[in-house]
Design a protein around this ligand. Structure first.
Ligand SMILES: Nc1nc2c(ncn2[C@@H]2O[C@H](COP(=O)(O)OP(=O)(O)O)[C@@H](O)[C@H]2O)c(=O)[nH]1
Ligand SMILES: [Mg+2]
Length: 464
């Protein structure tokens, strides 16, 4: 069976190419700030396991829709004529004719049966004189057709576009390819699937496959994050004792080692995660996920709230353990924050945090040959999880077209914090825990659960 074909059209510079890029995730789609960036129609097949499931055509914008419309109506079309046949005739007649270069590019892929996707910018005024001819041409084909309203600078004229287009299209969807979350993309595919009965099955397959692929990817990401934590906790750091240097200098050197190692582990995990999402590894990351030095105070603050840090340290330190045991079941965030606000943990955070406090150093004994790191703190594991959660949330919602900021709205709740802190505390301090199957599974489950929850709780676009 022939797979579904969508020809993306519209006036110049309305985000047609950006739409194609977002839907296919194909980085090679050319998007430009000037009209006429696209001059030839190009097809972008969407493949899965080597099979093409649908094709999107990126086309140049309309240039001479009014004249084309005039020619067609001048031909005195009969009701019995099939519009696609008339289009064929038009293409044959005007092949190579420079008045209709772009119109021919648009309609050539249409005549083998396709759905027409009309992209318009609903932040600009809907003007009949400007757009009527092109939408009439689209209606003339009697092919399935859908309008995508792209709010490039906001939805100011959404309603006038809706009412202007409603008689011409089978469906109208608002979709901003710059800010699309993964789920919205599936929503558009869902709308596509309703345009033609025969397309429902293949497009549902695409949607199912994308969903399943995402589930699998999240599971893999949870494994990558777990592996990163175990790797970091399991690493031993030591430097030879040097009588000419004091304790502080030895510690600095050890800290530099840990810092470097954690950073390289994070870089590697990030690359690995990026690959799982099928994006290229050299995708330009914005600041929010670019800085992997978790020992830097600013980066650290961004990845662990005052509240979380206080909790992790209080729980691991056993300070308020018993109280938390009973509290974890039903306490709200507010009460938690308030009670901890009085405790040492939160206050300590408000003072300057030091990279040294993520590491416990071994004793400084001049008779020993080496100075070593005794343990890394649970807080470091928490920082790694939060940092990589952010990476996953960004990539989950990233398409080749979308470079917007992604914010995770909901954080760990108290119960999760307690469980995670306890587990990390145990794993950080003993290899017995680190390598116990039971604890490894528990860590995986906690991370996986969080990743699945995060995707419902993200905001795509500049906050506020
Ligand atoms: N801010 C913003 N810019 C967009 C959006 N969609 C497209 N653009 C920009 O508009 C310009 C034209 O986009 P393009 O896809 O090449 O338009 P086309 O000529 O219709 O193919 C490019 O500079 C895009 O980056 C959007 O949703 N938001
Ligand atoms: Mg274009």
């Amino acid at each position: 069976m022939k797979h579904p074909v969508f020809v993306v059209t519209g006036a110049p510079n309305k985000g047609k190419s950006t739409f194609v890029k977002a839907m296919t995730n194909d980085a090679s789609v050319v998007v430009g700030p000037y009209a006429r960036t696209t001059t030839k129609s190009v097809s972008y097949p969407f493949e899965l396991d080597g099979e093409t499931l649908f094709t999107l055509w990126d086309t140049p914008g309309f240039e001479n829709a009014a004249e084309m419309h005039e020619v067609l109506t001048g031909w005195g079309i009969q009701e019995s004529d099939h519009p696609v046949e008339i289009l064929r005739r038009f293409i044959e007649t005007y092949e190579g004719h420079e008045d209709f270069l772009f119109e021919l590019e648009i309609f050539k892929p249409v005549v083998d049966y396709a759905c027409i996707v009309y992209v318009a910018d609903c932040s600009r005024k809907f003007s009949k004189s400007e757009y009527l001819r092109e939408i009439e041409l689209i209606k003339f084909t009697r092919l399935p057709r859908i309008a995508i309203l792209n709010p490039i600078d906001g939805e100011h004229h959404l309603e006038s576009w809706r009412s202007g287009l409603t008689d011409y299209f089978n469906n109208i969807k608002v979709f901003n390819p710059h800010k699309t979350s993964f789920d919205e993309k599936l929503r558009v595919l869902g709308a596509f699937s309703h345009l033609d009965d025969e397309w429902e099955a293949p497009l549902n397959r695409v949607i199912d496959a994308l969903r399943r692929q995402r589930e699998k990817t999240l599971e893999e990401c949870a494994r990558i994050i777990r592996r990163t934590i175990i790797r970091v906790y399991d690493r031993e750091f030591e430097v030879p004792f040097d009588a000419a240097r004091d304790e502080g200098e030895h510690r600095e050197e050890l800290l530099a080692q840990v810092r470097q190692f954690v950073r390289s582990c994070l870089d590697e995990a990030q690359k690995d995660i990026t690959r799982r999402f099928g994006l290229s590894v050299d995708v330009a990351f914005e600041q929010e996920i670019a800085d992997n030095d978790l020992f830097d105070a600013t980066v650290r603050r961004k990845n662990l709230s005052v509240h979380q840090r206080a909790m992790v340290n209080a729980i691991v330190g056993g300070g308020i353990g018993a109280a938390l045991d009973t509290a974890a079941g039903g306490l709200t965030f507010g009460i938690f924050t308030a009670s901890l606000g009085l405790g040492g943990g939160a206050l300590a955070y408000l003072k300057d945090i030091s990279p040294m406090d993520l590491v416990t150093f071994g004793g400084f004994d001049s008779s020993k040959e080496k100075v070593r790191v005794e343990a890394l703190h649970a807080e470091l594991g928490m920082l790694i999880i939060n940092r990589l959660r952010q990476v996953v949330a960004v990539l989950y919602n990233r398409t080749a077209a979308n470079t917007e900021q992604v914010t995770i709205r909901k954080d760990l709740d108290p119960t999760e914090l307690v469980r995670m802190s306890r587990l990390l505390g145990n794993m950080a301090s003993s290899s017995r825990y680190r390598f116990s199957e039971k604890h490894k599974i528990e860590l995986f489950e906690l991370i996986h659960e969080k990743l699945r929850e995060d995707r419902e709780n993200v905001e795509v676009g500049k906050p506020g």
